[in-house]
Design a protein around this ligand. Structure first.
Ligand code: SF4
Length: 453
């Protein structure tokens, strides 16, 4: 299937009456369109000349004038207008390798695609880029790019990623930095492997690329109970988590003095493992690394408290909230705070143990429908059950284990409302202002990329 074939033309598009579905977009202003990056970059200008090929094979030209930067309103057969690039690594901590067998095929797809990094915020490792692709990122000024760094010592990075090219990343990053490309970095930290001196070196090397390196998150390695045959990795214990937090905080304090930004942040999960209170919301500056669970709980709390101040009386219907072990204490705290304001608020929180991936996996986004049903069946769930929208595939209405939302709802005998990861939305849902229950999307193509890659 040609990937540049137009599937839909938006009714509001200046091309709505001039381009038809089924035509292929070949070039814009004489520039060949190979994928979505070319399309977005070359269609930025106000005056465009499109070269199209009709389904009958005829080539035709269409001129269009629009607002500079406005989208042309074309949808293509595939989101990337190309095949997604898969990774060339064998990371010792790869979460995808730790999935149980028998899940849907897309779960096992290991994407590592610079275009997805730019368009959807996915993290890439830079190990599968050709020189031409590196030059194109620089030429098109694709920015920001999110990079899984893990370690800057070439030998260590090669070992961690199981790829002989992994050590080239720092050179590529320096080229990006010189070209003014912004980079957000993540370090998946494995105790005894890339913490300690290795982490110090990584943080210092990344600091050397500031301001191009805009933020760094340090997240603990995620280990499921499906690791048979995989390299042995020690999970974080409170002591090792405290050591990493101490190291990153010290580094951050130095950065605040020297650069005016903390630059590096530990994820909430690391604080929870360490048993250290989360820093206040202001610590997280712009909250750039929310996707990595950095500052997420404090932001949720701040948003909730703001929403609570303006909340009207609740609808009075009893409700329940199901979440993972990591977020449960914070959700309990928020519910308690809401009950203090309205004692008629009738809600309770259920902590779902992750039997699917193993109890060491505590984030709400990896709670499955099967666990939800097994652990909540027969419990008092009230008139509605609230869950985090992160438990569902984006734009889909099913859980990671493919259990459809409506099936879980029927099994538990209660409507289930997926609430956005936002304190305001959570407050609204507690008080009876409910989000719509999603229906399965007709076009799920965007969701084929792994959210925890
Ligand atoms: S962690 Fe990411 S880059 Fe590494 S092997 Fe898994 S999918 Fe590939």
């Amino acid at each position: 299937m040609a990937q540049n074939i137009i599937r839909r033309v938006d009714a509001e598009s200046p091309l709505s009456r001039r381009v038809r579905p089924g035509e292929a977009l070949l070039s814009v202003n004489g520039k060949l369109i190979r994928d979505v990056l070319d399309y977005k970059y070359y269609s930025y200008d106000r005056d465009l000349l499109l070269e199209l090929r009709t389904p009958e094979g005829k080539i035709r030209l269409v001129r269009v004038r629009k607002r500079e930067g406005a989208d042309l309103g074309l949808e293509f057969e595939t989101y990337l207008m190309d095949r997604p690039r898969s990774c060339a690594n064998r990371c010792v901590f790869c979460f995808i390798d730790q999935n149980p067998p028998g899940m849907r095929k897309s779960i096992y797809f290991k994407d590592d695609d610079a275009r997805l990094s730019f368009l959807m915020g996915c993290y890439i490792t830079l190990t599968n880029l050709t020189q031409r692709e590196i030059e194109r990122i620089i030429a098109l000024h694709v920015s920001p790019v999110n990079i899984s760094v893990h370690a800057t010592d070439p030998a260590l990075r090669t070992r961690l990623l199981g790829n002989p090219r992994a050590g080239e990343a720092v050179d590529i990053m320096r080229r990006f930095a010189a070209a003014g490309i912004t980079m957000n970095c993540q370090i998946v930290c494995c105790p005894g492997v890339n913490d300690g001196d290795a982490l110090t070196r990584t943080l210092e090397d990344l600091k050397g690329m500031y301001p191009a390196v805009h933020s760094v998150s340090v997240v603990p390695v995620g280990l499921t109970c499906h690791r048979a045959g995989l390299p042995e990795i020690v999970p974080f214990a409170p002591e090792s988590a405290r050591a990493v937090i101490g190291q990153v905080t010290q580094f951050g304090n130095k950065c605040v003095e020297e650069l005016g930004t903390r630059l590096a942040f530990c994820s909430d999960e690391l604080y929870l493992t360490a048993g250290i209170p989360l820093p206040p919301d202001g610590f997280y500056e712009e909250h750039v690394q929310l996707e990595n669970g950095v500052g997420m709980l404090r932001l949720l709390e701040a948003e909730f408290e703001t929403a609570l101040r303006r909340a009207d009386a609740p609808d009075g219907a009893p409700f329940s909230i199901a979440t993972g072990a990591a977020a449960a204490p914070m959700i309990e705290k928020l519910l308690f705070s809401a009950k203090k304001k309205y004692d008629k608020l009738n809600g309770k929180v259920y902590t779902i143990r992750n039997d699917f991936f193993g109890s060491s996996v505590t984030v709400a986004g990896l709670v499955t429908g099967g666990d939800l049903i097994a652990q909540l069946r027969g419990r008092d769930l009230g008139a509605r059950l609230l869950i985090s929208a992160d438990m569902l595939r984006r734009e889909e209405a099913d859980f990671l284990d493919s259990v459809p939302l409506d099936e879980a709802s029927a099994a538990l005998g209660v409507p289930i409302y997926p609430v956005a990861c936002d304190g305001g939305a959570l407050c609204d849902a507690m008080f009876g202002l409910l989000p719509p229950i999603p229906q399965p999307a007709i076009d799920a193509e965007k969701t084929e990329y792994n959210k925890y890659n």
